[in-house]
Design a protein around this ligand. Sequence first.
Ligand SMILES: [Cu+2]
Length: 350
Amino acid sequence: MANLTRRRLLAGLGPIVGAAAAAKLAGGSAPAGAARHQHGGAAAPATPAAAHGVGHEHAHFRRGARVDHAANGFHPTALLRDFDEGRTRRGVNGHTIREWTLIAEDKEIEVAPGVKFAAWVYNGRVPGPTLRAREGERLRVTFVNGSTHPHTIHFHGVHAPAADGVPGLGAGLIQPGAKTVYEFDADPFGLHLYHCHTAPLASHVAKGLYGAFVIDPRKGRPPADELVMVMNGFDTNFDRSNEVYAANSIPFAYMDEPIRVKRDELLRLYLVNALEFDFVNSYHLHGNFFHYYPTGTSLEPLEFTDTVMQCQGQRGILEWRFPQTGRFMFHAHQSEFTELGWVGFFEVVD
Ligand SMILES: [Cu+2]
């Protein structure tokens, strides 16, 4: 099974085989299985190219199997609108000090039905909490390493070297059982991210140590129904390529439970690409176009489109309204990612 790659999965073996192999390697239980529903009972596509357009609109796990969100301790639907504003207090100069505590831990999570992944998590979830601050505040993040491996937190933004969260600077590597405080200003406003910066870097990130980091402009943004999607994937058989893809960790979660939004309401999506091993990821919205604010650092959109591409670490803010009710799909425009889980629906209601 060692040469069982996701490309071979797409070549016809089906994700159920990969999931079984992965569960075996990870010491987990047998999977309920994942499979594409195909039109007309057609045989599995012979090549990834043939897989293109086979009918991912109906992709989800076989027999409606789902992961145990309660056991994972987080639910993809709840993650969408879960912003962690921490605690605030007044500093001596009258400015706001905003504080969080992030705890790294080793935690097994179910990333596909029956497929357990030995993740490393911040505050019990993948992605980690969506930290939200306001431009100009002083931020203090207490990092407690409750994992069995050394880790850090590296924040994107403007700050001093000592607060950069990389080995050899400031507190450097935070050993198991140790803690540190990262302190810096909320600058610039926009959508950023944080992640562990411990070598081997790709592995530490791919294990789940990343999250979105929102800095609101001083004057705020117009009221909207706000959502966060951190695009990611999991390498369940340790071959440095991903077996499953998702936004907010759980493949097909928003197919099983479409995201309910209101017709004509302004939607604002904070979109971050935390995917490892694949160089690019993307977001495509059906039946609509959106305004795109790369990195969220301008209040003027740069583009009006229905598809954006992000490389590793890139992120941006999307805004749009649905003028009609009904179901609208969204997914990576890399069809392979879509078929392996990175796809969902909006359910637009009155
Ligand atoms: Cu780490």
